[in-house]
Design a protein around this ligand. Structure first.
Ligand code: FUL
Length: 706
């Protein structure tokens, strides 16, 4: 008996030694729900609710549910547009921080049944479920843990309510692919009328282990998304890109010194790159909105991302082994605007066009090594089939093999795709790609992490008949499932529109073109529109649209919505309150900073202000605050006041409020005044900041309605 065991072990060793068996998995491995998530690659997240009607990004929690009345709401239109874009599912925000539940919940009165929409009988979440079923899209749900409406927020009772909400969502709407838990937590709010600040410890308050146990039980196939997982992590920005190197594995840690690393409790700043050899399989999700904000704001209608901007984000998220979660913002009617639908459609077409044909298909592949010489099981032909998990493998001790693809002829490509069989873990450290050109090999690309997907967009077209892949580093043998060469269609990049401190509007292109056509009345430029020849002035601001044309090619549209010209503006000379970087930087039309941050960190935050003389009286309908764009959160203003004056001495406050979500999404903030005012002097007051002892601004601007 014993003898047999020994012999069996020896036989197994012999087999492994010759690489006949499947390579041993390496490191952390994905679960079934994570594999499904990786295969989806892209999905959308839909924000609609009271904010859609109040023009905010975060509701306070005191909004009347009657505000919500999407008369033409059509989930098929919205989910259909996502599908046309190539997205495989949608995450519906069932409850945002304002607490209004978009389904008829038993857990709180603050829900859709209190609206007039469909006479209080409607269920928005249900509509999405049905649309997804019809269009064969996957459904996910977002139920914000932070609830600015609930009187019980901060108490144990609220956690029970939250769990009951999840239970309802998990049991009424079919199978979910993801349960999405945002990271914004605690702060001021309505809280049942107390209107106070409530702070919670987000590492402990929600009792995540028990809460997640509910998900596992009721939705065993759903991936759990949170700042640090546990299944999918936040990439750490709301700009839609992962790091150039991005590992699917992760070692989460609490950011606070002294706290033990804890899986899924707190944000970890390194989401963008992940952790090589990390303990957990926890790939990154890159969330970004199709518009600047997550909710619909008419003022952002001209800022819908273009198909090529989306394609760029696709390369920087999905192309780096992460997922792309694109925000959609239905309007007050409950529909996506035409621009949004068109951009999605064209992006979907572009993706299909680019990836329709693998130019490496049919290539004769020479591999420097095949595991156990067993080509039928581990041969390189598996790199060129459609399977994500069929793969080419090498012997255990072969970690830097090479492959030569003898293409079926001379091919021109500009995108390279690689995928590992992630069921065996993330193995490869780095690799390079060469082409055979004029009798020698020439390197055209090199990169690091692969995992579920790696796309390399080459700076220019490459034409070759022979391509070589060199794996340049791996701790273990190779298990690669995909090698592809693709051709993204040629296009002209959109022109760039900017304005100088002197008010000159300048339109440029990165490469020479035959002409730039532009309009100033909001219409789309055509070949008949005026040709841009030199810079011009637009004292009251407005919308500039431009296209570049070269031969038969036409670029995408560039749009700039500009406020009042700042040519005549100057900082009030009496205003010497700042100790940091110059106040002038806030009106110089660049991203340079005005800052009152002080080096002495023992000093607390002191409200800061900036007063500007406009040179003449202007009719002001809104002001803008562009927060710092350098990724730092120091001095980011999240509570403001805005004052005006006719003499620069007596001031009248005309707006005050919060810049919500500015930390995660530091985009330009536009605040419309209740009523337009005429004034020569303005003052921006920073009442509160996200971090640091002073305030910062990249730009302050004004909008006029003539
Ligand atoms: C964040 C939220 O605070 C934003 O409002 C938005 O919902 C975004 C997708 O997640 O955590």
């Amino acid at each position: 008996m014993k003898k047999w065991v020994v012999m069996a072990a020896l036989a197994a060793k012999w087999i492994t030694g010759y690489g006949q068996s499947t390579p041993a998995p390496y490191g952390a491995l994905p679960s079934q729900s994570q594999l499904n998530w990786h295969e989806m690659e892209m999905y959308c997240i839909i924000h609609f609710g009271v904010d859609t009607y109040t023009n905010k990004e975060w509701g306070y929690g005191d909004e009347d549910p009657k505000l919500v009345n999407p008369a033409k709401f059509d989930a098929i239109q919205i989910v259909g547009a996502a599908k046309a874009g190539g997205f495989k599912g949608v995450v519906v925000v069932a409850k945002h921080h304002d607490g209004l539940c978009l389904w008829p919940t038993q857990t709180t009165e603050h829900n859709i049944s209190k609206s007039n929409w469909r006479k209080g009988k409607g269920d928005i979440v249900k509509e999405y479920q049905l649309a997804c079923e019809k269009l064969r899209m996957q459904l996910g749900l977002y139920c914000s843990p932070w609830d600015r409406n609930s009187a019980y927020y901060g108490q144990a009772k609220y956690v029970d309510i939250y769990r009951s909400q999840l239970k309802e969502l998990y049991t009424r709407y079919g199978k979910l692919f993801i349960s999405w838990h945002d990271g914004a937590n605690g702060g001021d709010g309505f809280y049942g009328g107390t209107r106070e600040v409530r702070k919670i410890d987000r590492t402990t308050y929600y009792g995540w282990p028990q809460t997640w146990a509910i998900t596992r039980k009721l939705q065993p196939d759903a991936a759990l998304f949170g700042d640090v997982g546990p299944d999918v992590r936040w990439v750490g920005n709301e700009e839609g890109h992962a790091g150039e190197t991005c590992w699917a594995t992760y070692d989460p840690q609490a950011p606070d010194a002294g706290k033990k690393p804890a899986n899924g409790y707190t944000k970890y700043e390194l989401g963008i790159e992940g952790t090589r050899h990390g303990k957990h399989w926890m790939p990154a999700e890159c969330d970004v909105s199709l518009r600047p904000g997550w909710f619909y704001h008419a003022s952002q209608n001209s800022q819908v991302k273009s198909p090529y901007e989306l394609l760029d984000l696709y390369y920087k998220s999905v192309g780096r082994g992460a997922g792309l979660d694109l925000g959609l913002s239905p309007n007050q009617q409950g529909l996506l605007d035409t621009e949004d639908v068109q951009s999605l459609q064209q992006f979907g077409r572009l993706l299909k066009q680019t990836f329709a044909v693998n130019l490496a298909a049919g290539a004769k592949v020479e591999a420097s090594n095949v595991r156990g010489n067993n080509s039928s099981k581990f041969g390189p032909q598996y790199l060129l089939d459609a399977g994500r998990y069929s793969y080419w493998a090498t012997d255990d001790d072969v970690k830097t093999p090479e492959l030569i693809f003898n293409l079926k002829g001379i091919r021109t490509f500009n995108v390279i795709r690689l995928r590992e069989n992630i069921k065996l873990g993330q193995r490869i450290e780095n690799f390079a790609v060469d082409v055979y050109y004029n009798g020698e090999w020439k390197q055209i690309a090199a990169a690091t992490s692969i995992g579920a997907n790696r796309l390399i967009r080459l700076p220019r077209n490459v034409t070759a008949a022979k391509v070589r892949l060199r794996i340049t580093g791996s701790p273990v043998c190779i298990a690669l499932s995909d090698f592809g060469l693709y051709k993204e269609p040629a296009h002209l990049t959109a022109p760039v529109i900017s304005r100088s401190r002197e008010g000159a509007i300048i339109i440029t292109t990165s490469a020479p073109v035959s002409a730039i056509h532009y309009t100033l009345n909001g219409s789309e430029p055509t070949l008949q529109s005026p040709v841009y020849t030199s810079s011009f002035q637009m004292p009251d601001g407005g919308t500039v649209k431009a296209i570049a044309v070269d031969g038969t090619q036409q670029s995408e549209l560039a749009t700039a919505t500009l406020g009042l010209s700042k040519a005549a503006w100057h900082i009030l000379s009496t205003e010497q309150l700042t100790t940091g970087r110059r106040p002038e930087n806030a009106i110089d039309e660049t991203n340079s900073l005005w800052s009152t941050l002080q080096a002495d960190t023992t000093k607390g935050f002191a409200p800061a202000q900036l007063s500007i003389d406009l040179g003449k009286a202007e009719n002001i309908s809104a002001f803008t605050y562009l927060p710092r764009q350098d990724k730092s959160v120091a001095g980011l203003v999240d509570r403001y006041a805005f004052l005006v004056s006719t003499n620069g001495k007596e001031w009248q406050q005309v707006a005050t409020g919060e810049f919500s979500n500015i930390k995660a999404n530091p985009i330009e903030q536009t605040v419309a005044l209740q009523q337009p005012v005429t004034a020569r002097y303005i003052q921006f007051k920073a009442l509160h900041v996200i971090a640091g002892n002073g305030a910062t601004a990249a730009e302050i601007g004004l909008i006029t309605k003539k």
